[in-house]
Write a protein that binds this ligand. Structure first.
Ligand code: UDX
Length: 434
């Protein structure tokens, strides 16, 4: 997120210095090598460095000293207790307090728990006091809403720019900083810090809620013989509901929804509130991630020794190599625990899967394939977890020849059950009338 934000800020002429403590990553970036798969990002990094708008360093001083705006865009991963792990944010805040040389705005881009801005202010102030310095600064909450896989375009054309601050001078600075993104329509929404912090959590939790709600409807559809695709179109046509984020599937994954739903739950708990809906969103999702694997077991029994399954799509969604909390991992674990071999294919995420600790014996049981069809050769059935474009219109004859049973478990409802039956496949979607 930080890298994309920096790239896009640099593109419109701001001078940006990016700092990370990971030396290898910074050295790569200096050569234009980006260690995540994000479409279009690498050329921007190369161009903006050539133009002198973007520089990379491991020394924090360079991104703090003499700067007007200092963005904090470090990770806030889920800790063992579910709260956001804030160590990186406070370490950066401390360094800012130790090294700032002129009045500056400290802008929190990371997704952070409620009242973090207050705490960051206190950390910086403490350091300044220790130095005996009286330098004016403000902490602005400015959460980011980009999506992986379309991060550049989301960042270049944000739906809204949330700015949490009480200071007029900070509002002016943010108007100037975001002017290139705020032409034609005023997208900046000003509010106080804690409202901005809650806006970010509320947005992600609302989206996760929509998905879990739809997954619940799909499960009911399965039981009563309704078709969730008809239901989706039927409710999406109501503009109050809308078509976005009501696609049922094998569960949501990624770095944001899982961690932000539990982080907001923890914040609510600390405030003495039991956020029951958030708990349900999470438990529906946890069960949904097991659904496809369980469907395989229902079909073929719980001893899958000697059977091989094809798994298409490991990334938590298309156009990324990110496999954090991906539904594919749950399905993989379930199949392996039942003794199956699994032939996996993903256009970008296989290297990350190779590095993943799956908490189950995987020795020789996962077979990494070079193409989608190789994964289906002599497989008992095909399981689809991620809707990469290249899976949308497969060569059906090749699939049928390759698979031992012409059976598809579709975790993203890519195909139509009637078409599938006509093509001679046994098809299991999510909430589809089979
Ligand atoms: C999300 C938010 O969308 C973004 O605004 C925020 O800044 C970061 O978190 P991201 O995690 O990149 O972005 O992915 P997103 O496109 O939101 O998808 C998250 C998960 O939900 C994926 O696993 C996806 O497959 C699933 N999903 C999405 C559904 O199951 N159904 C849908 O209708 C939409």
């Amino acid at each position: 997120m930080g890298l994309v934000q920096a790239a896009v800020m640099a593109e419109c002429g701001h001078k940006v210095t990016c700092v990370d403590i990971n030396e290898q990553r910074i050295n790569n970036l200096k050569q234009g090598i980006v260690d995540i798969y994000e479409p279009g990002l690498s050329p921007v990094i190369i161009n903006e460095q050539k133009k002198g708008h973007l520089t990379f360093a491991t020394d924090g001083t360079l991104a703090i000293k003499d700067q007007d705006a200092i963005f904090i865009a470090v990770g806030t991963p889920e800790s063992a207790t579910g709260q956001a792990d804030m160590r990186a944010v406070y370490a950066v805040a401390k360094e800012i307090g130790q090294k700032m040389t002129q009045p500056a705005a400290v802008i929190i881009k990371s997704t952070v728990p409620l009242k973090t801005a207050e705490k960051v202010k206190a950390v910086i102030q403490e350091q300044l006091s220790e130095r005996g310095e009286d330098i004016a600064f403000d902490v602005i909450s400015n959460p980011e809403f980009l999506k992986e896989g379309s991060a550049l375009s989301d960042c270049r054309k944000p739906d809204r720019i949330i700015v949490g601050t009480d200071k007029d001078s900070s509002r002016e600075l943010m108007l100037e900083l975001y002017a290139p993104f705020n032409r034609n329509h005023d997208k900046i929404i000003f509010m106080d810090n804690v409202s901005a912090e809650l806006t970010k959590y509320a947005a992600n939790c609302m989206l996760a809620t929509k998905i879990s709600f739809m997954n619940e409807m799909a499960n009911i559809a399965d039981l009563c013989g309704a078709d969730i695709e008809d239901v989706r179109r039927g409710i999406g046509s109501d503009p109050r509901i809308g078509y976005h984020f009501i696609y049922p599937g094998c569960g949501y994954g990624g770095s944001c929804f899982p961690k932000d739903t539990i982080a907001l739950l923890s914040c609510a708990n600390e405030l003495g509130y039991d956020a029951e809906m958030l708990k349900s969103v999470r438990s529906v999702n946890a069960k949904q991630k097991e659904k496809l694997g369980n469907a395989v077991i229902d079909q073929f029994g719980d001893n899958l020794q000697g059977q091989t399954f094809a798994l298409w799509g490991i990334a938590f969604k298309p156009n990324t190599d990110d496999i954090r909390e991906a539904p594919s991992l749950e399905i993989l674990k379930l199949l392996l625990a039942a003794g199956a071999d699994v032939k996996v294919f993903d256009p970008q995420a296989l290297d990350n899967l190779k590095k993943e600790q799956l908490d189950t014996d995987t020795s020789g049981k996962i077979h990494y394939c070079e193409c989608a069809y190789q994964a289906t050769e002599n497989a008992t059935a095909l399981i689809l977890c991620t809707e990469w474009k290249e899976f949308w219109a497969p060569e059906w004859d090749t699939l049928k020849q390759n698979l031992k049973t012409p059976m598809i478990f579709d975790g993203r409802n890519l195909f139509d059950p009637v078409d599938m039956a006509e093509l001679g496949f046994v098809y299991r979607g999510i909430g589809r009338r089979n």
